[in-house]
Design a protein around this ligand. Structure first.
Ligand code: EPZ
Length: 428
């Protein structure tokens, strides 16, 4: 079963002195959800892959540990990650690694593509939901993989991986990425239908095509992968993280601030920016920079639903909940993607928010102000939402388990300082 991640991360708290509008300029880190599948895909290549703009975050370090366990030689120069997968020696990923990060399951497809075999400890559920892997397993079996499910290990064999047509029962980001990675070195053509359309999938395809793969249609529901015999060394730059950018716009909205984002992935946030505008947030693009005025971002949202891309991202649901806690009116959020992604509500209520949860629906009655106090992050995006609430609240807020936020935010404390906020991080 998935052990709680913070058992393996150093415990930290972040203290926030809130109550002032954020003002300043920030640069967005490389995308966590784009770089993790790229690191997994590097296993397909018997050579060197370089990733510039790679975020130095806990989930990347976890994937790095797994690749090192497989035999990869890895080094860093600033935010450039050098992966040499020329001589891998392992094809089993034991529990102590796989349990820390669910998305490690997509390494199975890379190991099958390269070696025709692989094994991984089955990732369990996590705090935001059960998070099954049935779509991953049915995809692998559809491509000719034989899977043995043992107690503590999923063992997969595909000595002769062949491309096939397959349709996903439901849209899944990870299963789509997994299907692409598995098909890259398979013999023949793989046609994937009902694929997820998240930008991270398009970035994975661009990355793989830069290595000599042939992936067409990424970003649409249908993806065509023509198997190739081998890949080549490549250098790629990780795109900015759209969820981090959205989180910082939420910080501006929560504090009624005015911020500048230097490298905004604006085209990848269509639904979020629509909601930001409906709340009363404004922004202009000036010379490629996003200049946001969130001084009037206090409008409620009568109904917000999380959807697959290009719908509203579930990863920005908790940060927006923190903003709507301070709106002038009633809001309703429906979480359609994960079954347990409202855990942060309990701590927001502790800070003075008026939120009622009923299954997948959250009803928020905006309040004038939040009060700083001690709260506890239970997962990555909920933890980020508590930091936003702390920036808006009167007085001091301490968010425990800040190490969970560091899984996805490379330097949120420095970024908040760039935006004029006052925070300090303490090791426990
Ligand atoms: C990716 O997770 C992201 N993680 C998540 O971001 C993101 O919330 C999610 O996509 C949705 O956008 C990474 O990219 C590393 P899914 P993933 O498969 O691939 C169900 C963050 O905060 N499902 O699209 O795991 C699943 O339970 C993280 O950065 C199955 O039923 O998401 C969920 O309800 C959190 N069977 C829905 O599909 C499966 O085999 C969507 O999950 C797989 C998924």
């Amino acid at each position: 079963m998935l052990r709680e991640v913070f058992e393996v991360l150093d415990l930290k708290n972040i203290r926030i002195w809130g109550g002032r509008p954020l003002e300043g300029t920030v640069n967005i880190q490389g995308s966590k959800n784009a770089v993790l599948p790229m690191m997994a895909a590097a296993v397909l290549h018997k050579g060197v892959t370089v990733l510039h703009g790679c975020p130095r975050i806990a989930d990347v370090f976890c994937m790095e540990k797994i690749l090192s366990h497989l035999g990869a030689k890895i080094s860093w120069k600033g935010n450039s990650l050098y992966l040499d997968c020329s001589s891998l020696k392992n094809t089993d990923i034991p529990e102590q690694y796989a349990c820390q990060m669910r998305c490690s399951i997509i390494l199975l497809g890379a190991l099958l593509g390269r070696f025709g075999r692989g094994a991984i400890a089955p990732p369990g559920g996590c705090v935001i939901g059960e998070r099954p892997i049935d779509l991953h397993l049915s995809m692998l079996e559809a491509l000719g993989t034989h899977i043995e499910e043992h107690e503590d290990l999923l063992r997969a064999y595909a000595p002769d991986l062949h491309g096939r047509d397959l349709r996903f029962q439901q849209q899944s980001v990870g299963a789509t990425e997994h299907g692409i990675i598995t098909a890259v070195l398979a013999k023949g053509v793989t046609y994937l239908e009902n694929c997820a359309r998240e930008p991270e999938i398009l970035w994975l395809a661009r990355f793989l095509n830069g290595m000599g793969a042939s992936v067409k249609g990424a970003g649409t529901g249908e993806i065509l992968v023509e198997g190739v015999a081998a890949l080549r060394d490549s250098v790629f730059t990780v795109p900015p993280d759209r969820i981090v950018a959205g989180t910082y716009l939420c910080a501006a909205a929560a504090t009624r601030g005015k911020i500048c984002i230097e490298n905004p992935p604006v085209s990848e946030l269509p639904s979020f920016l629509g909601i930001y505008g409906k709340m009363g947030g404004q922004y202009d693009m000036v010379g490629g920079k996003l200049i946001a005025d969130a001084s009037r971002a206090y409008g409620p949202i009568t109904r917000l639903e999380t959807e697959v891309y290009p719908g509203f991202s579930t990863d920005l649901q908790s940060p927006v909940m923190a903003v709507l806690s301070l709106a002038r009116g009633k809001s309703h959020i429906r979480e359609n993607i994960f079954e347990d992604r409202f855990r942060v509500a309990e701590d927001l209520v502790h800070m003075g928010a008026h939120i009622r949860i009923n299954g997948r629906d959250a009803y928020i009655d905006g309040t004038e102000r939040l009060r700083g106090c001690r709260v506890t992050a239970q997962e990555l995006r909920g933890g980020a939402a508590l930091i936003l609430a702390g920036l808006a609240a009167e007085g001091e807020t301490t968010v425990e388990n800040f190490q969970l936020v560091e899984r996805g935010y490379e330097h949120i404390q420095e970024d908040i300082r760039c935006l004029g906020g006052t925070v300090s991080v303490e090791e426990i």
